[in-house]
Design a protein around this ligand. Structure first.
Ligand SMILES: Nc1ncnc2c1ncn2[C@@H]1O[C@H](COP(=O)(O)OP(=O)(O)O)[C@@H](O)[C@H]1O
Ligand SMILES: O=C(O)[C@@H](O)C(=O)COP(=O)(O)O
Length: 421
């Protein structure tokens, strides 16, 4: 069976966010972790989201892995390829959104690539090429303090140009409001003057539906879940019922691992403190004391039979800054690895329902646990679905983008996983 849509996501929470959007629009969607091993039975699916952990790796690695995913998706007959990036455009001047978009475009012989991180449902809108998070421009939002990709420029044409070899243009809102044909014409005109990728404004779902119609007729597009909504609408047509599977209960303990330092996650941790056991990890000891993690697992083991526990490295920008100056630029990757070991320890203690906060953190945890693919369940919060692992022992997951979800997210996720306490 040919795929209507083949997607390459630059992190695992982003992949589940997109898979959630496609599923809600009626596309039967599977999320795989990396390029699947030969022999994975895809079943009857319309879309596959290949999750990579390429947002913060060197650009050459991100390009090579993305091209590997592209080759596999083309082998499955994918009609349109979407490169899923963060709705806050998380990246550095060295990449990886520009280099990967250009490499995919070259491989597909695509003309101009439309690019938009707009996702109005979660407050991300793009106007005159400038990205807003809620009412604030990106560079004034909490993303300015991200531990790995601090976002200090809201002008996405400028941001993308700095990481692209070829010219970047803009499809402004006045054109987008005129609909799909106008967008197509503007992209063609930009292509004629040598532009190879273009930021597309979008402030409302209707803009994304128009863009999706224009983009679906092309070979490649780059964006966040809002673009996925538009593409899915073009693929299935409006009004398709979202299929939410009814899954049998999964036995086993429940736990939360938090590695995101985003403002939303910090608030979510505060919200459950006092209602369930919360361990705010001592990062100096986590990175420097070989016995510390075993001690934290013993702490969890004493409590899991009574209900969910949370272990988190999450900290405020001031604390993150101090830890980075003490432990160096590799602190984030080392913390991710330590959290992944803790997650494996928790699974060893019988945890089968696991919530992970943070995109890079989720990548490290899911890789460590060896999960290879997910089915998509009900939506817990915009951009965050319930996931069920495919193959191996069945577990339920929620991989939460650091910035997503309201203060009550963890309770909502535990409820969706049917935990009793
Ligand atoms: N206390 C801390 N100090 C410094 N870095 C941290 C701390 N806790 C977590 N990190 C790192 O910050 C990064 C958070 O990124 P990520 O997990 O993608 O979260 P988000 O979804 O909020 O972007 C990870 O590399 C993580 O290991
Ligand atoms: O598009 C989004 O905002 C998310 O899907 C996403 O990619 C978030 O990344 P993390 O904040 O690193 O989880």
């Amino acid at each position: 069976m040919s795929l209507k849509l083949g997607c390459i996501a630059d992190d695992y929470t982003g992949a589940s966010d997109l898979a959630n959007t496609l599923t809600r629009q009626g596309l039967r969607t599977i999320q795989t972790i990396g390029v699947p091993e030969a022999g994975l039975a895809l079943g009857e699916v319309d879309a596959v989201v290949v999750a990579l952990k390429t947002r913060s790796v060197p650009a050459a690695d991100a390009v090579a892995r993305s091209l590997g995913a592209l080759a596999w998706l083309r082998g499955e007959g994918a009609g349109h390829i979407m490169f899923k990036v963060c709705s806050t455009f998380d990246s550095t001047d060295a990449g990886n959104i520009g280099p990967v978009t250009e490499a995919l475009a070259a491989a597909l012989d695509a003309s101009v690539v439309p690019v938009t991180p707009a996702f109005p449902e979660t407050g991300r809108t793009v106007f005159q090429g400038h990205l807003f998070v809620g009412s604030r421009p990106l560079h004034e939002s909490p993303l300015k303090d991200h531990p790995l990709n601090p976002m200090r420029d809201s002008d996405l044409v400028r941001v993308l140009a700095r990481q692209s070899a070829q010219a970047v243009g803009l499809v402004a809102l006045d054109c987008v409001e005129r609909g799909a044909a106008a967008i197509t014409a503007r992209l063609a005109a930009l292509g004629d003057i040598g532009v190879r990728s273009a930021i597309v404004d979008a402030v409302a779902e209707r803009n994304l539906v128009s863009l999706g119609e224009a983009a679906f007729a092309m070979r490649l597009s780059t964006g966040a879940s809002g673009l996925g909504l538009g593409l899915a609408r073009a693929a299935v047509g409006a009004g398709q019922a979202a299929a939410v599977p009814a899954w049998p209960d999964v036995d086993g303990h429940a736990a939360i691992i938090a590695g995101s330092c985003s403002a939303a996650t910090l608030e979510q941790i505060d919200a459950v403190e006092g209602t369930l056991p919360v361990a705010r990890l001592d990062i100096d000891r986590l990175l420097g004391d070989a016995g510390y993690a075993a001690g934290m697992l013993a702490w969890a083991a004493e409590r899991l039979a009574d209900g969910p526990v949370l272990l988190g490295s999450s900290a405020t920008p001031a604390v993150v800054g101090r830890l980075q100056s003490v432990h160096g630029a590799g602190a984030g990757a080392r913390i991710e690895a330590a959290l992944a070991e803790l997650a494996a320890g928790l699974v060893g203690l019988g945890v089968r329902r696991l919530i992970v906060a943070g995109g890079e953190t989720s990548g490290a945890v899911i890789d460590r646990l060896g999960v290879t693919a997910f089915e998509i369940g009900g939506e817990i919060a915009p951009g965050v679905p319930l996931l069920r692992s495919l193959g191996g022992e069945m577990m339920l997951f929620a991989l939460k983008s650091g910035n997503f979800g309201g203060p009550g997210f963890f309770r909502a996720a535990l409820g969706a996983m049917r935990t009793r306490k």
